[in-house]
Design a protein around this ligand. Structure first.
Ligand SMILES: Nc1ncnc2c1ncn2[C@@H]1O[C@H](COP(=O)(O)OP(=O)(O)OP(=O)(O)O)[C@@H](O)[C@H]1O
Ligand SMILES: [Mg+2]
Length: 511
């Protein structure tokens, strides 16, 4: 039998400190077995089914409560054993053997993980997976944010959640939106969500969208007008500026991105604009790891130097391996959705601060809408269930006009007329510049057949994205139907059992 350190009372003590799990009326679920250290211990589960992989547990030692993460569990000879490590503050002396272990309370979890940040300074991202603990990420630590995940894993959804949070706080955002997805911020969700305490809300009065108006009739200003703006028009407290590239060919997308990123960076350096966040969707196209884009240099500069001037960057990609390594290496906080490509998983776990190799398995098993958060914003990596959106989730080419209520349509129209009047004087010159830029991007720099190929590639990309959206929707529908089918089968089975029992009873009586 193991002996206790001299400064500790005998084993199996339920601590009476005000902070103890007992004080919160929780039953123990396990007890310590074998050798302990100040940061790791082994547990024997006494309530099977109550302790799972990645669960948070708590233990009281010398009057202080400590948070444990159960990283591994195994069963042998009918007993469940687990390996735990301490998360957050560690004790000075090793834990006592045979101490009782409890389910961690939301209070200790959020305190030890450092996610109990005041609302004014944080972004409400969702809840810890399998818990009711809200995950609030410090805005200050999101200056270099990377959102990754395979197609359909929930990147755009999570990105929109972060955008909603910034808009709510009046933090200016500018979005380079390749697929025209984020104008959905103008339309409230159909319903709220009780678990996440989310009410439908629209940001139609906060969002200004520039786009090709033929392809995107719900946008506010023609894309050409963008070239008639000063960064001060784009970066305004409480405003979200969406630059919707849908329908434009790749050359002009790249040229416009280059202009905008350069102008924003210079304005930030000259302190002409307030702190802002720039969201770059499909970032691997503007800063590819192989080959070169005109924007690579600018993306690197903002990633490396932008923070000094409060020019913050959120990059989103489905393939971390395709993103420029300099941009990738500057990332402070990672939001990692499901990845299945082994190389992507490998790159992610090796370049993310605080993540060990064994997280690779968790990353491959995440559900849609779940993500691992690691890096500056959290003390230790955690698995998050991303909160429901306040606004509707829009697929490629989302047209707000198809979804808006009559009153919203009216408001949107009034606002659009006002914006177009404001910009009227600048649009003519901007159109000429736009045409020049277009000609340079497509004709001047690239031969005609390259231009044709680029256009074809872009059309194929748009189509692929559309098909992916449809595929995602079908997958969600299939899952719902499967659940319904399972429920119906269970009901049917229950009814059959009752009928069989009744029949047996009847037969018994007859005899
Ligand atoms: N947090 C979430 N809560 C509820 N549903 C979600 C969540 N995240 C994603 N979904 C669902 O999953 C679908 C795919 O999500 P999303 O469009 O964000 O994927 P993506 O990773 O951006 O894919 P792609 O790479 O193809 O753009 C959405 O249409 C939505 O229905
Ligand atoms: Mg997406």
């Amino acid at each position: 039998m193991s002996s206790n350190p001299p400064d500790e009372p005998p084993t199996k003590i339920e601590n009476s400190s005000a902070l103890s799990a007992k004080a919160e009326k929780m039953d123990p679920v396990a007890e310590i077995i074998g050798k302990t250290t100040t940061h790791t211990l082994r547990i024997q589960v006494t309530k099977p089914g109550e302790v799972g992989r990645n669960d948070f547990l708590s233990i009281t030692h010398q009057g202080e409560e400590y948070l444990l993460l159960c990283k591994e569990l195994w069963r042998e000879k009918g007993k469940t054993t687990g390996q735990c490590s301490v998360v957050g503050p560690m004790p000075r002396t090793p834990f006592n053997p045979e101490m009782l272990v409890y389910k961690a309370s939301p209070r200790i979890v959020s305190a030890a993980l450092g996610i109990d940040i005041p609302i004014e300074e944080s972004v409400y991202a969702g809840q810890l997976s399998d818990h009711t603990v809200p995950v609030r990420l410090p805005v200050k630590q999101l200056g270099r944010l990377f959102i990754v995940g395979k197609t359909g894993s929930g990147k755009s959804y999570t990105t929109a959640v972060i955008m909603e949070e910034f808009l709510k706080k009046g933090i200016p955002i500018v979005v380079l939106d390749r697929h025209g997805e984020y104008s959905s911020l103008k339309i409230p969700a159909e319903e709220g969500n009780e678990r996440f305490n989310v009410e439908p809300r629209s940001y139609e009065m906060s969002v200004i969208e520039f786009a090709d108006l033929h392809a995107n009739p719900g946008a506010d200003l023609p894309i050409e007008a963008l070239l008639g703006t000063h960064p001060k028009d784009l970066i305004v407290s409480g405003q979200g500026t969406i630059i919707n590239f849908r329908g434009l060919d790749l050359g002009i997308q790249e040229a416009l991105s280059q202009e905008i990123l350069n102008d924003l960076y210079q304005a930030a350096v000259n302190r002409e604009i307030p702190p802002f966040y720039c969201f770059v969707d499909e970032a691997h196209l503007l800063a590819p790891n192989r080959g070169k884009a005109a924007t690579t240099g600018m993306m690197r500069l903002i990633a490396q130097e932008g923070r000094k001037f409060a020019a913050n960057l959120v990059v989103i990609t489905q393939k971390p391996q395709l993103l420029d390594t300099t941009v990738r290496s500057q990332v402070g906080t990672w939001i990692i959705h499901q990845l299945t490509d082994v190389r992507d998983v490998d790159i992610t776990v090796t370049s993310t601060e605080g993540i060990s190799k064994d997280w690779g398995e968790d990353i491959q098993r995440l559900d849609t809408g779940q993500a691992v958060i690691a890096g500056d914003a959290v003390q230790v990596p955690v698995i998050l269930d991303v909160r429901a959106r306040e606004t509707t989730h829009g697929a490629t080419g989302f047209n707000p006009l198809d979804f808006a209520e009559p009153q919203t349509l009216e408001e949107l129209e009034k606002r659009r007329i006002r914006l177009r009047t404001d910009f009227a004087g600048r649009i003519k010159a901007a159109v000429e510049r736009f045409q020049q830029l277009s000609a340079d991007a497509n004709g001047g720099q690239a031969p005609q057949h390259v231009h044709a190929l680029r256009t074809e590639l872009q059309a194929a990309e748009q189509k692929l994205h559309q098909l992916r959206d449809e595929n995602n929707k079908l997958a969600v529908r299939i899952r719902k139907l499967q659940i319904e089918l399972e429920k119906t089968e269970k009901k049917y089975q229950k009814a059959m059992n009752i009928a069989e029992r009744a029949l047996a009873e009847l037969k018994g009586k007859k005899k």
